[in-house]
Structures are given as structure tokens and as C-alpha cells.
Design a protein around this ligand. Structure first.
Ligand SMILES: Cc1cc2nc3c(=O)[nH]c(=O)nc-3n(C[C@H](O)[C@H](O)[C@H](O)COP(=O)(O)OP(=O)(O)OC[C@H]3O[C@@H](n4cnc5c(N)ncnc54)[C@H](O)[C@@H]3O)c2cc1C
Length: 597
């Protein structure tokens, strides 16, 4: 078992009421039945095509051969399958050949693919993001030239931002774009590093959505434009080289099945790029893709964490070792390790973090759908709340699934450290997520420096209000009263800390204001997950109180409540420690000089 269908359905139908999305015209043809068909088919692809290659793709990593990256031969049929079955453009409109599928269901399906084989899952969804930029901001000509073939899976999409001297600081990119005589067509020169799926032999062509600067434009981020830069350009004779060379492939600690390329453009002054939208607006366009990708990165982390959780759960049930603490008789048989409290602690840690993360990520996916298809206040509030939650939904699962996959390794003891079991791979694969799509440090500054204050704090108010609604619902149920109060207290603490930090900002000490933004993000993340778990707790306790709930479902709901109780007892209490740190006047990280290390 690599994920729980029961838990996914619980989130979609019992908590989020996904079936109600069909009240919006865009989704009116859909229902719980069509959603189930999509999820069933995702599970079949995951089990038949992705899961069997999980270990092989880790061991047989991409190689640079004669200037091209070769990937595992299983990737070609997988990408074709995703194209043939309409996964790449499933959320797009009927007019564009899509299925108008809610992003919520698309992301739930992506979660299944990611849990089965993270490396394999990234290829098609990178294409979705790149195509989405072209369809949203590109000219009719660009759409006609690129979209259909990208949707079919024949051409791979990428996002090409990072350069050797510009990772977190994209305003420092130096890749240049020089206008040609043809309108909208530029000569591109420069290099990009760490480009996911930036070159490989499982597709005919690679379509880079690339950031570059047009000479003479404004300095910094305001001078960045977005281009379509195909690896091979389209000519009357078919595809011909576009002076995009692959300088190398990165060998990584995990996520080894995906090719991450170093690209050089324009070495022969013959690399052509096509401007997307208006000049100098590239970074704001790219943020569309990055924001979607950020929820996607959180989902990847939660999916890998989920796969590790189920692998360690199975092992804990099967591994006999030791006896109960009260049993001193060596003649008695050993018990399986799942009966030891410390092993249950590690399982509950994983369960609460991965299930809380998944709940938050699916909630964000539903907000994105509402922001996409509704109007007026409903639309603006959904978009604003999503914007506020995005750094949290990206960073909390990413950081914490490094720890949960470590707990999975720990549960297996020595076996966990060997390649005989998959948990060491999950541990390595989890580590990329706090780094790509913006490091945790950058997201901390985004949350505290921008999201908390945007629209005069309206986004933060929406977050507090939504948490307040869950607290209100939980108060109706006597067994949840104490958790409701604990979450309320934590929110009060968050408010106090925020006011304190904003006071520092008002005094003009920006460095002190943002120095511990990562800790502020961690604290808000813990509270957001507690909120989601309390929401799941309300649904679960109501189900347990109902006589119509089937006996076979009671273990599931009791498990949800146990995960919630664990999280409140072991994780939510960390908020007070973080709050103490964030309100103390200690500037050790600012005042320690570089030379002192
Ligand atoms: C496997 C993999 C896949 C990737 N895929 C892609 C891709 O498809 N497309 C793409 O464009 N890029 C991709 N990247 C690049 C990735 O997005 C960057 O690595 C990431 O944004 C960090 O940039 P950097 O590596 O230059 O680190 P740096 O920016 O040098 O950061 C190093 C450290 O310094 C901290 N730091 C940096 N600036 C500040 C600051 N102002 N204040 C406080 N702390 C700071 C960071 O938080 C980090 O801890 C990928 C990277 C990897 C490893």
C-alpha cells in the first residue's frame, strides 16, 4: 500500500464536499461518479506503470550520452499514456481539448502518482504548468504552434529560471534576449541550471518557458521577460536544432529518475525565443506557474511522506522484536514492534503530519478551483486566502516530510538504512522539497514580509476567520472542546507574535523583523495543520457518534482522532516555544559576524 484511498475519499467527499463543485457552470458535467472514475484510473496507472519502476529509476539514473540526456526507457510509454489519456490538459476547457476537471481532483490524482513514483510523476505535470503559461499569456500563434503537441505528451514543458548566480534572487538573471527583425522573436543567450526535465529522450522536443532580460529594459525583477524557447524549432522541414545545448546532467541524492539539466543557449548565436505576453512582465507571469507548482511541491512531499508512512506501518506490524514492558518472561513469544509506545509515537507523528498536510493541500486546491470559476467576493476571498496559504502549503509538508521519512527509516531500524527496503529512498527523495520552488527561507520572508500585511492584513483575517469557524464547530462536540480551546489559544499567540513583529517593522528595523521569518512560517504552519486536523476531527467524531456508521469504518475514524490528538499534544505545543523566541530581543543571528565562524 503506497497511499490510502479511504483517506483520500474522506478528504474529498466528507470534509471538502468535492461533489458540490458541480454547482459552478465550469464543472457542471462532473459528479462524484466522474471523480471516482478519474481517481480509479490514476490508481491503475500508478500501480501498473509507475510503482514497478520506483526502485529501478532510482538506481538507473539519467546519463548524458553524446550531448543528450537518456532517461529510463519506461518513461516514454508513461508520458505517452499521460498524453493519450488527457492528463496533461485535464483541467483546461473543452474548447482547448480539456475535460474541465477540477484542480482538486487533478491534484488528488497527482498525489497518487507522486506517492507511487515521484520522479516519474513530474514529467507530465511540468508540461501542464508550462502549457498553462502559454495558454494564459501567449499569442494565438504561440498557442497554435505549441499547445496541442504539448498536451499530447510528444513535447515536454519546463520552467527555466535558475542561473548560476541567480537562484533565490531571480532579479539577478543575466540570460539576454535581443530583438530580431521579426516581431516577438528574440535571440537568446545565456545559461540555466537545475532545469527539471530540461533535456531527455522520452519526448521529441522540449519547450522551455524561460526568463530572460531584454537589453535596455528596467533593472532588476522589473526587467524580466518570459519566452518560449524550444529545444528544436519548427521549420518547413520539421524540427531543427535551436542552439540549446545540454552542458550536463546533475547527479542527485534522490529524485534520481528525473533528469535535471544544465543548459547553454546561443553559443552559436542561433537560439530563438518567442516573447510571451508583454515585455518585462515575465516574472509576474511566471508566478502563476510557480504558485501552482508550490502547492504541487507540497503535494509531492506529502505523497512521499505518505508512501514512507505506509511502508513503515507494514514493517511495524510484521517485525517481531522484544516484549511488552510489563512482560518479563523470555519464554513468551516476541511481540510486533507496533505494540511499543515509542514506535506508535513515530507512526502517529508520520500519520498526523502527512494526513494534516494532505488535508491542507487539498483545501488549497479547492480554493484554487473556486478562485478560477466563481466571481465577486467569493472569488476574491478564495484567491486571497490561497495566496496567504501558499508558502505554508509549500513549506510545512516539505520541511516536515524530511522528518517523517526519517521516522520511517527509524522504525525499520537497521533494515531502514539498507536498500532492501524503500524507506531510505523516500528519505532521500523528500529532501529536495525545502529547496526547489523557493527555499523555506524565501517562503518565510514571503509570508511575514508580504502575505501577512497584504491588503491591510485582509488575507490574515480570512485565515483567522476560517480557523474560527472550525473552532466553533468543534465546540459543539464535547470531546473536542479542549482541542478547540488549544487552537484558539495558539491563534491568540500568533496574533500577539505578529503584532510584536509588525511593531519592529514599524520602527524601521527590517532586518530584525525578518531575521526569524522561517520560524514564523514554522509556527503558522503548525497552526494551519492543527486547524485541518481539527476539521477532520469534527467530521470523524460526528461519524463515530452516528448510529449509521458502519463498524468497519470505526477504526478509520478513531485513527483520525488519534492523529489529531497526537498532533495537539506533541506538535501544537511547539507554538509557545517558537512564540517565546520570536518575541525575545535576541539578535544573535544578526550580530554574529561572518568572520566568527
Ligand atoms: C533537483 C532540482 C530541481 C530543480 N528544478 C528547477 C527547475 O525546473 N527550474 C528552475 O528554474 N530551477 C530549478 N531548480 C533550482 C531551484 O529552484 C533552486 O536551487 C532554488 O531556488 C535555490 O536557489 P540556489 O540553489 O541558487 O540557492 P541560493 O539562492 O544560493 O540559496 C542558498 C541558501 O541561502 C538562502 N538564501 C538565499 N538568499 C537569501 C536571502 N535573501 N535571505 C535569506 N536567505 C537566503 C537560501 O534560503 C538557501 O538556504 C531545481 C533545483 C534542484 C536541486
Amino acid at each position: 500500500m503506497f497511499y490510502s484511498k479511504r483517506n483520500l475519499h474522506f478528504n474529498l467527499y466528507e470534509v471538502l464536499q468535492a461533489q458540490e463543485l458541480n454547482k459552478y457552470a465550469y464543472y457542471e458535467d462532473h459528479s462524484a461518479e466522474t471523480f471516482d472514475l478519474v481517481l480509479e484510473s490514476a490508481e491503475q496507472i500508478a500501480e501498473k506503470m509507475l510503482l514497478p519502476l520506483l526502485t529501478e529509476m532510482d538506481r538507473d539514473e539519467p546519463q548524458l550520452v553524446n550531448g543528450r540526456i537518456k532517461v529510463h526507457e519506461g518513461m516514454k510509454p508513461i508520458i505517452k499514456k499521460f498524453g493519450d489519456d488527457g492528463w496533461i490538459n485535464a483541467t483546461f476547457s473543452y474548447d482547448e481539448g480539456g475535460q474541465q476537471l477540477p484542480g482538486l481532483i487533478h491534484n488528488a490524482a497527482a498525489f497518487i502518482f507522486q506517492a507511487a513514483n515521484y520522479s516519474a510523476s513530474v514529467f507530465p505535470f511540468l508540461t501542464t504548468g508550462a502549457a498553462n503559461l502559454i495558454r494564459t499569456f501567449g499569442s494565438e500563434e504561440l498557442k497554435a504552434t505549441f499547445l496541442e503537441t504539448m498536451f499530447s505528451g510528444k513535447w515536454q514543458g519546463t520552467m527555466a529560471l535558475t542561473e548560476p548566480d541567480a537562484g533565490s534572487s531571480l532579479s539577478d538573471i543575466t540570460t539576454s534576449a535581443t530583438p530580431t527583425d521579426e516581431e516577438g522573436v528574440y535571440k537568446i543567450k545565456g545559461q540555466k541550471i537545475y532545469i527539471s526535465a530540461g533535456d531527455h529522450d522520452a519526448c521529441e522536443n522540449i519547450i522551455h518557458l524561460m526568463l530572460a532580460k531584454i537589453a535596455g529594459g528596467p533593472a532588476g525583477a522589473k526587467g524580466i521577460s518570459l519566452f518560449v524557447v524550444p529545444q528544436k524549432r519548427i521549420s518547413e522541414n520539421g524540427l531543427e536544432p535551436n542552439d540549446v545545448a545540454t552542458a550536463g546532467v546533475y547527479h542527485k541524492m534522490g529524485y534520481k529518475g528525473a533528469p535535471i539539466a544544465h543548459l547553454m543557449m546561443g553559443a552559436e548565436d542561433n537560439c530563438v525565443g518567442y516573447l510571451v505576453g508583454e515585455p518585462h512582465k515575465g516574472l509576474s507571469y511566471m508566478f502563476q506557474m510557480m504558485n501552482e507548482a508550490r502547492v504541487g511541491v507540497g503535494m509531492n512531499a506529502a505523497a512521499i511522506g505518505t508512501a514512507a508512512y505506509y511502508a513503515s506501518l507494514q514493517y511495524a506490524k510484521e517485525r517481531p522484536q522484544g516484549r511488552s514492558i510489563t512482560d518479563k518472561n523470555p519464554a513468551n513469544p516476541q511481540i510486533s514492534i507496533i505494540h511499543h509506545a515509542d514506535v506508535k509515537r513515530m507512526l502517529l507523528f508520520q500519520k498526523s503530519v502527512v494526513e494534516g498536510s494532505l488535508a491542507l493541500l487539498l483545501y488549497c486546491s479547492k480554493l484554487a478551483d473556486i478562485a478560477h470559476v466563481s466571481s465577486g467576493e467569493e472569488q476574491s476571498e478564495a484567491a486571497l486566502l490561497l495566496d496567504f496559504l501558499t508558502p505554508i502549503a509549500k513549506s510545512y509538508p516539505s520541511e516536515m516530510c524530511c522528518l517523517t521519512t526519517s521516522a520511517a527509516v527509524q522504525i525499520l531500524g537497521g533494515a531502514g538504512y539498507t536498500t532492501d527496503f524503500p524507506v531510505e529512498q523516500f528519505y532521500r527523495e523528500a529532501r529536495i522539497h525545502p529547496i526547489h520552488e523557493g527555499t523555506t527561507g524565501i517562503h518565510g520572508m514571503d509570508l511575514l514580509g508580504r502575505k501577512i500585511t497584504m491588503q491591510n492584513g485582509r488575507a490574515a483575517v480570512l485565515f483567522f476567520n476560517e480557523c474560527g469557524k472550525t473552532i466553533h464547530d468543534a465546540r459543539e462536540i464535547p470531546t473536542l472542546e479542549s482541542c478547540a480551546s488549544e487552537l484558539e489559544n495558539s491563534l491568540r499567540t500568533l496574533q500577539k507574535v505578529t503584532n510584536h513583529l509588525l511593531g519592529i517593522a514599524k520602527m524601521g528595523d527590517t532586518e530584525a523583523y525578518l531575521a526569524d521569518a522561517t520560524l514564523f512560517l514554522e509556527m503558522t504552519g503548525i497552526i494551519a495543520i492543527a486547524w485541518q486536523l481539527l476539521k477532520s476531527g469534527v467530521v470523524s467524531q460526528n461519524a463515530l457518534n452516528s448510529e449509521t456508521t458502519h463498524d468497519s469504518d470505526r477504526n478509520f475514524y478513531n485513527g483520525k482522532l488519534a492523529a489529531m490528538n497526537y498532533f495537539f499534544a506533541y506538535e501544537l505545543i511547539k507554538v509557545e516555544g517558537l512564540a517565546k523566541r520570536l518575541q525575545e530581543d535576541n539578535k544573535v543571528t544578526i550580530e554574529t559576524e561572518a568572520d566568527w565562524f
